[in-house]
Design a protein around this ligand. Structure first.
Ligand code: C5P
Length: 222
């Protein structure tokens, strides 16, 4: 039988990519990080020094940019044409500007189309903000992951520390809250729980516990 489509949405730093990747491995599904696609076009636009609200110029750049993924540990490798951008797309500058680019309707429709093509044959775990509502409205399994902003800032803080970056916890909280606000209030496919999504609050759960819950939901549909 064909694999299912699994949609995992939720606010920033709720742990989506970590669990999505493990779930994909467990079922031998393809993992697609849609946030990485929005981050890549944001990086390309920043490097080209175009105004991030200039949709025509950004669309022009997007049409010239092949965004590809290659498997890797602990994170997938991301490429913009021939250039590896795996680390560059996680910079503070990209993180703090991505919501502006992701609000552009034409950018969204172009990336949504690419995402739908990747997921067309099933056997996919896709994480993002609008997967259950817009990209894969017929996904067999839809998850909405949430966690308190304090918990999410703390996770981000520890991740940064492991990378040798010192950040203030309160700055991280502000950044996360601002990004959530922008993502939830844009006109086109805002961050929203799909009606048929199962909400999982990860605040007090371990990664393994979250993975187990999602795996159970998939098993029920197989
Ligand atoms: O998932 P991640 O935090 O890397 O996503 C970065 C940004 O990309 C989000 O804050 C949001 O603005 C945008 N995004 C989106 N729709 C998606 C995935 C990400 O708008 N499906």
């Amino acid at each position: 039988a064909q694999g299912l489509q699994v949609a995992i949405d939720g606010p920033a730093s709720a742990g989506k990519s970590t669990v999505a990747k493990i779930v994909a491995q467990r079922f031998s599904y393809v993992y697609v990080d849609t946030g990485a696609m929005y981050r890549t076009i944001t990086l390309v636009a920043l490097e080209a020094q175009v105004d991030l609200t200039n949709e025509a110029q950004i669309m022009n750049l997007l049409q010239q940019t092949q965004i590809t993924f290659r498997p890797g540990e602990p994170v997938q490798h991301v490429f913009a044409n021939q250039t590896e951008v795996t680390n560059a797309i996680r910079s503070e500058t990209v993180t703090n500007n991505v919501s502006t680019v992701a609000a552009l309707p034409q950018v969204r429709s172009a990336l949504v189309k690419r995402q739908q093509e990747i997921a067309a044959d099933g056997g996919v775990v896709m994480d993002g903000r609008d997967i259950g509502t817009t990209v894969l409205p017929n996904a067999e399994v839809k998850i909405f992951l949430i966690a308190s902003v304090e918990q999410r800032a703390e996770r981000r803080y520890l991740e940064n520390q492991a990378k040798g970056i010192t950040t203030s916890l309160s700055d991280l909280q502000t950044e996360i809250a601002e990004r959530d606000y922008k993502d939830s209030h844009r006109a086109v496919s805002p961050l929203q729980k799909a009606q048929d999504a199962v909400e999982i609050d990860t605040t007090t759960l371990t990664i393994n516990q979250v993975v187990a819950k999602i795996a159970q939901l998939i098993d029920e549909k197989l």
